[in-house]
Design a protein around this ligand. Structure first.
Ligand SMILES: *Cc1c(COP(=O)(O)O)cnc(C)c1O
Length: 360
């Protein structure tokens, strides 16, 4: 119940233990097509280029940035946690000029803050994190599409901790490029990063004047393997893809709306319980992320001792704070298969015990 990886259902682990076949085996090509089609459904998109990148969520982040940016391009990045910072770092390494839009960690942005920071200038990309796993804040995406148009930019959104856990429809939100990860709300082990690129993003890609600096993450080469040509680029992580296929099937069987509702209901139950214990949440009610809850550590409590006790006495992992929130919050994940009412009760009783032990 940390900030990911989440628990993996037995049927996903089972699927991953099937014999490894060739990356050009006709049966594998069928599986690839099924994965693309299921991913499109889960992302809520018709985008032709909707594929899993080999690597964790950060590989998807790099894929989006290095394919869409050329040296000297201007990027606007919202930073209200660890992952906005990472976006800026990767964009700068791609030799882009970054303008930051800052917000307090634990809060989300009003699109007008981006407008103010843009100051009438044009940009190539506007980047925002939908679900900030380092703080537990859920960004409202409405208005960002129009804003990106205003400044002549594509809209890039990090959906690592929202895909499969929070209502998401990238076409309706006007998102041009997005990346996610398998180990958060998809409940598959870490190792793949689903990405999706709109036609507008693909036009920007095909209009590049310089080659994509990364050979491994060059989307044009990767799509030649995932598309009609089936041209070998790198050996696909076959067994990870078996796992993703099964994980997506579980999600579509449950239904996207049911799944989002399950995440919301369990998160609300967790928060009600935490408040009953006497704990406070970091994020204001209207900005809370259903898949990850940040709870403030009460004064006098020993962060590491509590987490060690949960792990040693109960086999329960929760996350600590990062950066400026280190020692100030605990991060409790209710992602994918881990989001159950049993886990909520289990976590609440284990945490109460650990806090009581320290005199709370
Ligand atoms: C986990 C996470 C990432 C990075 O994913 P890795 O799998 O750790 O590389 C990026 N963005 C967000 C919001 C995340 O939660």
């Amino acid at each position: 119940m940390g900030p990911g990886p989440s628990n993996v259902p037995p049927s996903v682990l089972n699927a991953m233990s099937s014999q490894t076949i060739g990356h050009l085996d006709p049966e594998f090509l069928i599986l690839m097509d099924q994965i693309r089609s299921k991913l499109r459904q889960v992302f809520g998109t018709d985008n032709e280029v909707t594929i899993p990148i080999s690597g964790t969520g950060s590989a998807g982040m790099e894929t989006c940035l290095v394919n869409l940016l050329e040296p000297g391009d201007c990027v606007l990045v919202g930073i209200n946690g660890v992952f906005g910072n990472r976006l800026r770092d990767v964009a700068e390494r791609a030799c882009a000029t970054v303008t930051e839009v800052e917000q307090v960690w634990g809060r989300t942005f009003d699109v007008d803050q981006f407008r103010e920071a843009a100051n009438g200038k044009k940009f190539k990309l506007v980047c925002v994190v939908h679900a900030e796993t380092s703080t537990g804040a859920l960004q409202e995406l409405q208005g960002f599409d129009d804003f990106a148009d205003e400044v002549g930019a594509l809209l890039l959104v990090d959906t690592v901790t929202s895909l499969g856990g929070v209502e998401l429809n990238i076409d309706e939100s006007g998102i041009d490029a997005t990346y996610s990860g398998t180990q958060k709300c998809l409940s598959c082990p870490p190792g793949l990063s689903p990405v999706s690129f709109s036609d507008k993003a693909l036009e920007v890609l095909s209009g590049r004047k310089t080659p994509v600096q990364s050979w491994y993450f060059d989307l044009t080469l990767i799509t030649q393997y995932w598309g009609e040509e089936r041209a070998y680029h790198h050996t696909a992580p076959i067994n990870m893809l078996y796992g993703l296929h099964e994980a997506l099937e579980l999600i579509l069987d449950e239904g996207l709306q049911n799944r989002a509702m399950r995440h919301l209901t369990n998160c609300q139950a967790l928060i009600a319980g935490l408040q009953e214990i006497g704990l406070e949440m970091l994020v204001p009610e209207s900005e809370r992320l259903p898949s990850l809850t940040s709870v403030c550590i009460p004064p006098g409590m020993n962060d590491e001792q509590v987490r060690r006790q949960l792990l040693e006495n109960h086999g329960l992992e929760i996350g600590g704070g990062l950066g400026p929130l280190k020692g100030k919050i605990w991060r409790i994940g209710l992602m994918g298969a881990s989001s159950t009412s049993e886990n909520v009760s289990f976590c609440l009783s284990a945490l109460s015990e650990a806090l009581r032990f320290q005199g709370f």
